[in-house]
Every structure is written in C-alpha cells, then in structure tokens.
Design a protein around this ligand. Structure first.
Ligand SMILES: CC(C)(COP(=O)(O)OP(=O)(O)OC[C@H]1O[C@@H](n2cnc3c(N)ncnc32)[C@H](O)[C@@H]1OP(=O)(O)O)[C@@H](O)C(=O)NCCC(=O)NCCS
Length: 180
C-alpha cells in the first residue's frame, strides 16, 4: 500500500465494488462531471463494470483509497494514460460524498505524485478538471500543479458544454512534503 498522511492507496478488492458503485458511480451528476463520458447503469456483478481492474492493462493503474486510521474505503484514484516514451501520465480521483472536504483529496494527489514520479519515474503529470471544480483545482494546486490552459467548452455535462482546466506538474517542480 502507498501511504500519505491521511489516506492509503491499495489494490481494488472485490468487496469495494458494490460500495463504489452505489456511493460514487451511481451518482449520475458526479459521474457525468468527473468521467467525461455518459453515465449508464451497470448491472450489479457485471464483468464489464468500469470499477473492475484489469491487472494486465499497463497504461492504467487504478487504486482504492482507504483511511489510514481504520482502513475504511473512501474512494478511487488512478494513474492513467501512462506514456513511457514521453514519461507522462494523467491522474484522477473520486471520493465518496462522506469523505469529501477533509483534506483527503489533497493527500491522494500527493500519493499519486509519489507513485508517478518516484515509483514510475515519470517526468510530467497532468490533470483535467471542470473549471468550476474548486476542490479539485485546489487539491492539485496545493501539490504544485499549475494551470496551463483552459479547454473551452470541451466537456458535455448534463445538457451543457463546460470549460475544463488543464493543470500540469513537472518532476523538477515537485516538492514532496510541502503543500503550499
Ligand atoms: C475533488 C475531490 C477529489 C477533492 O477532494 P476533497 O478531499 O474534497 O478536497 P480537500 O478536502 O483536500 O480540499 C482541497 C481544498 O479545496 C477546498 N475545498 C474543498 N471542498 C470545496 C468546495 N466544495 N468548494 C470550494 N473549495 C473546496 C478545501 O478547503 C481545500 O482548500 P485549502 O487547502 O485551501 O483548505 C472530491 O471533492 C471529490 O471526490 N469530488 C467528486 C468527484 C470529483 O470531482 N473528482 C475529480 C474529477 S477531475
């Protein structure tokens, strides 16, 4: 398990899936805002659930997020689009509603940076998020990500086009222990 100051990132367990499906995936608005693709219902136990992990998929590394104190499941995190030639990847995360606003998101981003830069030897990490997602923007910026651009009307979300912000962090600008 990878450890931050408040949360740990571990493998997806089978018992995580119904909780993540009910509390995160089936929230249509949150899914539509975070995933960049249309929500559709997933049959419980489906072998095609996007929450199931394919351990053979090299470019996509999903984690379950747990509280360090007690091990309660609080969300998902992912390093995706891993490009070993350009040494870059994207990060994403989603916390259960009861786990938001407690500093966990900022900690998850810190742990994903450690995984990307230290464990995987990457040089650049990137996040795309809706321009009104204040908590995601702040979680990224607290870890040193900088806004590199606005993708105007790039996301179709529940009946309207919204802007996304692209944020990037280079390994040489990463300060592992300071969240400023
Ligand atoms: C986005 C998300 C991961 C952020 O994690 P979080 O644990 O809620 O965020 P934190 O508690 O670490 O807060 C980070 C900062 O944002 C601020 N913040 C938190 N919630 C906020 C809100 N609703 N509005 C404005 N600011 C907020 C915090 O005060 C904190 O700022 P500070 O460090 O200056 O005090 C989480 O809210 C979530 O899972 N949301 C739903 C899914 C989602 O949007 N995923 C991202 C898709 S790209």
């Amino acid at each position: 398990m990878l450890r931050g100051s408040k949360v740990g990132l571990r493998a997806r367990h089978e018992t995580d899936i119904p909780i993540l499906q009910a509390e995160l995936y089936d929230d249509v608005v949150t899914h539509s805002r975070a995933q960049g693709r249309p929500w559709r219902p997933i049959t419980p136990g489906s072998k095609d659930s996007p929450l199931l992990v394919d351990d053979k998929e090299q470019g996509h590394v999903p984690f379950s997020v747990v509280e360090l104190d007690g091990g309660t499941l609080v969300g998902t995190a992912v390093l995706w689009g891993i490009d070993n030639h350009n040494r870059s990847a994207h990060i994403g995360l989603g916390l259960l509603p009861s786990a938001r606003g407690k500093g966990y998101g900022t900690d998850v981003v810190a742990v994903l940076c450690h995984y990307g830069f230290v464990v995987r030897g990457l040089q650049r990490l990137q996040i795309e998020t809706l321009s009104d997602n204040a908590a995601m923007l702040r979680s990224a910026e607290r870890n040193g990500f900088v806004r590199e651009g606005v993708l105007r009307s790039s996301a179709w979300v529940m009946g309207e086009f919204l802007d996304e912000v692209l944020l990037g962090l280079l390994v040489q600008d990463w300060k592992p222990d300071s969240k400023g």
